[in-house]
Design a protein around this ligand. Sequence first.
Ligand code: SPM
Length: 298
Amino acid sequence: MENYSKINDGWFSEICPMWPGISLSLEIEEVLYSKKSKFQQIDMYQTKNHGKMLVLDGIIQLTQSDEFVYQEMLAHVPLFAHPNPENILVIGGGDGGILREVGRHDCVKNIDFCEVDEDVIKVSKEFLPDLACGFNDPRLKVYIADGNAWVQEQKNKYDVIIVDSSDPIGPGEVLFERPFYEGLKAALRKNGIIATQGESFFLHKECVTNLVKITKDLFQVQAYSYFLVPTYPGGHLGICLGSLGPELKKPCRAISENFQKKLKYYCPEIHEASFVLPYFAQKMFKFIKSKKVFKNVG
Ligand code: SPM
């Protein structure tokens, strides 16, 4: 994918045609890593005020200062909505942050992880040990493969599938299309739940309505959650969720005091609050007509 972002006078500015006319800039102190992998340009920066920052093809994936929000919400919203998540699939997220969060759930027995770019994992292990600790989990199996191709081979296997994708430009594009979602659904067991990186209802109306339409068509229960991340454009990001049974908007398992103490953003209150959408977004989603297709429900 073409990289439009720039470094000027010690400031990194993220520029992307997907959010034209708006750019987030962070002051940087050092380029720690910069190399093209087989799939994308991987850069790691030391920022002045936000810790290390991972950038793929010029797009900010995370900073150490606020990564906890995205990882906690994308992992714990679907996991706490499921009554007993044992078999988990995580697609994308070579930094390991989602794995770190999934690993906090004692009821989880197996975690399959599929990532297309092995170099992201290597760079993260070198520079982001506080996220890459997710790779030390003994329940984890790592598959280096294309997420879409891989999921199409999996049937009736998982309780929760989490898709930690980059944006729908470059290698992540296919992960925003209907055949991928059909594959996710077929890979779920009875009562399974999917949660995917759901972009922004401010910046990408077409992309978000398309995701909501696909999940409304395919799943019995559909919902959209969002949360605050200062270092993503617009300062927020969404999750698109689909479920073959369980309700999504409330946690259905209690969180222990010990578990809660380890988190910084997710809590039962924010789980519920994250589904309360601004009025314009409610209207956007309300008018999406669904053609429910209830095949392969496990
Ligand atoms: N584990 C962290 C990986 C982050 N994956 C999602 C990154 C999305 C970046 N772009 C956000 C654009 C918002 N419109």
